[in-house]
Design a protein around this ligand. Sequence first.
Ligand code: AZC
Length: 787
Amino acid sequence: MKNKEVLLERMERYALTTFGKRVDDLNNNEKYVVLAKALMEEIVPQWLKSQEKFAGKKQAYYLSAEFLMGRALTNNLINMQRKKEVEELLAELGVDYNQIEDAEEDAALGNGGLGRLAACFLDSAATLDYPLHGYGIRYQYGIFKQKFIDGFQVEEGDNWLEYGEPWSIRKGLESVIVSFADGDVKAVPYDTPVIGYGQKTINTLRLWQAEAVKEFDFQAFNEQEYDLAVKAKNDAENISKVLYPNDSTDEGKLLRLKQQYFFVSASLQDLVRKHKAKYNTLENFHKLHAIQLNDTHPAVAIPEMMRILTKVEGLEWSKAWEIVVNTFAYTNHTLLAEALEQWSIKLYKKLLPEIYTIIEKIDGQLKKELLAKGVEAKELDKYAIIHNGNIKMAWLSIYGTKSTNGVAQLHTNLLINQELNHWYKIYPERFNNKTNGITQRRWLLQSNPELSNFITELLGSDAWITNLTELKKLEKFADDQSVLQRFMEIKKMKKEQLAAYIKRVEGIDIDTNSIFDIQIKRLHEYKRQLLKAFYILDLYYRLKENPDLDIIPRTFIFGAKAAPGYFRAKGIIKFINEIAKLVNNDKEISGKIKVVFVQNYRVSYAEKLFPAADVSEQISTAGKEASGTGNMKFMLNGAPTIGTYDGANVEIVEEAGEENNFIFGLRVEDIAALKDYNPKEEYKKIKGLQRVVDSLVDGTFDDGKTGMFKELHDALLIGASWHKPDHYYVIKDFESYREAQQRVNDAYKDRLGWARKCWINLANSGKFSSDRTIDQYAKEIWEIEKA
Ligand code: AZC
């Protein structure tokens, strides 16, 4: 039988047994489910085989509170190289593949950069045949869904499991018990296959779901105790109920701590159990396991592993410590002070008393070691893991692991020379850089098949799919008019597809001849969406004053979720939506500029936005964006960056040339050298700036009496108890940004010259494949080998 017939037969079977219908009678969502199940029937046997080939070899594990996977169907079909066949099969059934694709909910178990990086890493490792498996939490609710009502962000629960989730398999028999001071909880694993491109290797993402330990006792409860029984069940299930929606900031909540210990303890118990079954000792554990801690969220792994090794397995403390340090490695993703995790001693003692005692012992050992290394007693406080009533998770992570890495060169330099300099002095050999990357399978091959085909045609090979530096060979076409012409046609096509989608879901018309200028990322003051907003408003006023202002029509697109408790971020969303209302409804400016804030920005929306961009906005305050990964996705789809010297922007410009991008603003060292900065004085001196800043408070816009706009204005000009005025230098960088935007406008007039810039960016994006990043982790930190 042909592949197609087999697949159809399987789909029919699942239609009958899952939905009690024939395939023809299923709705799109049900069709998606039966297709996925039919594919799983093919994937699972290969998955099992893939596990076997790594038996007895060292493997790596990525512990992460977040995996922002997005949709799986198209990604899996592409990596299985079966997309075309399935499209044809569906067409024969009279079904449009795109509608089936659209029926899948995003698996949005992450906030932003850190969670999406984890997803790209899994794809790359499987593709490169490295044994890397993910361990995390199976949140019942992912990142909230966002709507705008009257320009305000409104959140809704993301019940992504509601209609079934066909890609994971519940492994109930491999459940483990996680113990807290207030009782035990059952951790039930759900395994999802991670299929490498070409399907040679299939790794595992194991996510834990929290359940009550004793369903049986629960049933035995008599009527009076029923409430209590329900409470016990709910308390247990609450642990994996919902993802905390804070990007970068930390909450310090009891439930969050429970989540961390829950998935860490379950994962380590799982690894230890399997290891012991095979070797009957743990002395060689570090020789067969490398465990990467994705930020400090899983840092409790260090004392938990000490607990297992010393208290459960009876190893000596010093032997156990050697195993721990050689097993774990830590990645830092941010320098923002408010994101450096600290937990109150009180909370730890209450929930995890045994773990707390172990941390105390680790802290004591650290002090002895530091003194022995010649650190003076009065310096010890700087390193103390337990200090001022808190436990510093970053310090624990550096001390308890063999490797600490930053995520772009600039970020790592700042760690080494500033934030973590005192640690660097003690353990210089532990510090290293691993510049982030993205998978070209999702961010080019899948989201931009038109450009992908063109690249393959020009190169005469599709080797770039697994070796992105092949793109360098495109550079020789940089002055080939017909190539640039085709490239521009493709860009136009992607803009039209995006415009059609925006029309459908937002109800807004946009001009595909305009420049698509896109900023998509979480909403945060340091990312400076407000800077772009001020620029747009200033441009609008300038257009009003001078209707003949020589500008190329522009569509300013934003996409961003604000953490629900982040008042200022929500104020910025409302402000941009107010600007959009003003600008988009003004007939006088005859559609020269338009502002669109898309709702519910997420991975599947991103897949439509990146390929359609003409301009990539990467305008964070220098020194604040550790790396950025969206910047790489734009570059890969041939969009120049307008950006600051921050994070991986520095490396992007290094690769593609400053002349092909638009760099502006203060650099890290400029900011360090700033003295007596007084934004209240300075904003008067820059033409047009005061007008747009004051629009926050002079009645131009309405914030519905929330006080949001006044608060933003104060933050810029007065400051707050916790910061100086304009501490992200929006006012300071305004003029430089406006000037860079002028350069964008002027450069775009030369259509071929512009296309050339785009092309050179694309051709030099090879470094930013997560394949390169994973190869470095594998060789330099994990010391694992390919199958
Ligand atoms: C992000 C960084 O802000 C971003 O610059 C980086 O590209 C990304 O991690 C991946 O390394 N950080 C987070 O998403 N979250 C935290 C807690 O830092």
